[in-house]
Design a binder for this molecule. Structure first.
Ligand SMILES: [Zn+2]
Ligand SMILES: [Zn+2]
Length: 298
């Protein structure tokens, strides 16, 4: 038989057990919440570091794709039909191969010449990284310097020319390209192989002999409204509507006659004549009035 005393005791135990249960469950909730917060914080760090990694990879991959594309043009004597699309697809393929433990969606939207400075390529992309409840998405724009890349343009125009990783040697190639009348001036001509930005600014300072000699010896490139941008050079274009580049093509023989101006976009594009500017006993340039004015040469 159960007495009244037992009922009282059971009741007391029950009353004691309820708060214990409440405490237990709330502790569980707190633990679960902390666990979730911890997990979110780990995911959040993971998402941000993955985002940064994808972002850092884009310019590195773009530079490598530009370099490989240029060497393909140079070594296989071909031109790229639509270099912006071609480079974009190649960069996208390489980005898609990157492996992360987050969901990564990176779309390369455009690859263009940077309007404000033709020594840069602009890459626009969207990166979305997701893990658990955490998501980070951003549209980004990055600049990739083209300095150090080879110039593919001459190889799209002339046969049988070579390079030694610093200079292009035209042998008979440029003379053949220009034809009998003007060609002889450019027999064994040379021009730079690697894009390097000329440090001599404003450009009028080239009127000083040591400056123009240093510029020629180092094979520098200059900004130009007429000369083609890097992406158009991959397409075999000497001139283009974008802000572009120009460099000097150096004739091999000193000559007092006038011939095609020694600027690459004139030689490979517009073909107009200029008169000789004898720099010293080694170098001569043929220049028109507009280029003389640009470089401060009297
Ligand atoms: Zn220069
Ligand atoms: Zn262009």
């Amino acid at each position: 038989m159960i007495g009244d005393k037992d009922y009282v005791l059971n009741g007391t135990i029950l009353l004691l057990i309820i708060p214990v249960f409440i405490l237990f469950f709330s502790t569980l909730t707190v633990l679960d919440y902390e666990n979730k917060a911890n997990c979110d914080s780990i995911n959040s760090n993971n998402v941000l570091s993955t985002f940064k990694d994808v972002k850092d990879n884009i310019p590195v991959i773009t530079l490598d794709v530009l370099n490989k594309s240029a060497y393909q043009v140079i070594e296989e004597n071909l031109t790229i039909i639509n270099s912006r699309e071609y480079v974009k697809e190649k960069v996208q393929e390489r980005i898609n191969k990157l492996n992360y433990d987050c969901d990564v969606n990176c779309t390369i939207k455009t690859i263009t010449s940077y309007e404000k400075d033709p020594f840069y390529i602009e890459v626009n992309s969207t990166i979305t990284v997701k893990k658990g409840n955490i998501k980070h998405a951003e549209n980004i724009s990055q600049l990739v310097s083209i300095e150090g890349l080879p110039d593919p343009l001459p190889f799209t125009k002339c046969d049988s020319i070579s390079h030694n990783l610093t200079r292009i040697e035209y042998h008979h190639g440029l003379a053949a390209y220009l034809g009998d009348v003007n060609g002889s001036f450019y027999e064994n001509a040379t021009s730079p192989f690697i894009i390097k930005k000329c440090p001599y600014e404003p450009y009028e300072t080239h009127g000083s002999t040591p400056v123009i000699i240093d510029c020629i010896q180092n094979g520098y490139y200059h900004q130009s409204n007429d000369g083609a941008c890097y992406l158009c050079r991959l397409e075999g274009k000497a001139t283009c509507p974008h802000q572009g580049l120009e460099t000097f093509i150096i004739p091999h023989i000193l000559n007092n006659g006038s011939t095609i101006v020694s600027v690459d976009h004139v030689i490979f594009g517009d073909l107009y004549e200029g008169s000789p500017f004898i720099v010293n006993s080694t170098y001569i340039l043929f220049l028109d009035q507009a280029h003389r004015k640009k470089y401060g040469i009297k």
